[in-house]
Design a protein around this ligand. Structure first.
Ligand code: URA
Length: 192
């Protein structure tokens, strides 16, 4: 394990542990307040993220930012955002199991440094990997489960919400529950 953020990011940015390194523009390490105790985890970078080097900056990301803002959360203030895989899978396909396994040590190291109290999985891929392999997001979104002292919850992926707007209210409920939990645990105002 690497014990400081700068070194972790430097090493992650030159990672060649799987073949996604051959097609990426750059590694998308993560973004947010490193003192936050709330971690959101997506699947992997898409085209915009690969070009800009930051998670969730495309259309889905803009929508995520809106939902976050509605419950007073902001990637530059009070949460941290990362992905299961740090490099874009070609044509935005799902990351392969071996790519997820190869990349997971980076996320584990981020978790070790951040020590989150709440983890929100954005979409099926993150929820299957981190909560349980047979999770059914449509049924089990918005439910907090405790794992190793961390409260974990899955919600619908922002890109899925853009494809299927009828699910937006359900996702918004999840963000309201997240807000309630943050307030209940006193995690609202991390140091900058
Ligand atoms: N989708 C994800 O899961 N993560 C990103 O960073 C962007 C889109």
């Amino acid at each position: 394990m690497i014990t400081n953020w700068e070194q972790l990011e430097q090493e992650c940015k030159i990672c060649e542990k799987c073949s996604l390194c051959q097609t990426r523009t750059q590694v998308v390490f993560g973004v947010g307040n490193k003192n936050s105790k709330v971690l959101l985890i997506g699947e992997g970078p898409g085209e915009n993220e690969d070009l800009q080097g930051e998670p969730f900056v495309g259309r889905g990301g803009k929508f995520l930012d809106k939902m976050l803002a509605a419950v007073d959360l902001d990637r530059n203030e009070n949460i941290y955002i990362a992905n299961i895989v740090k490099c874009r899978p070609p044509q935005n396909r799902d990351p392969l199991p071996e790519e997820q396994e190869a990349c997971l040590p980076w996320l584990r190291n981020q978790v070790m440094l951040l020590k989150p109290k709440i983890i929100v999985c954005l979409g099926r891929i993150a929820a299957m990997k981190l909560i349980k392999p047979d999770i059914k997001i449509t049924k089990e979104h918005g439910i907090f489960v405790e794992k190793n002292g961390v409260l974990m919850m899955a919600t619908l992926h922002p890109a899925a919400l853009l494809r299927n707007p009828a699910q937006k209210p359900a996702a918004f409920e999840d963000f309201l529950k997240l807000r309630e939990k943050i307030d209940e645990l006193g995690l609202a105002n991390p140091p900058q």
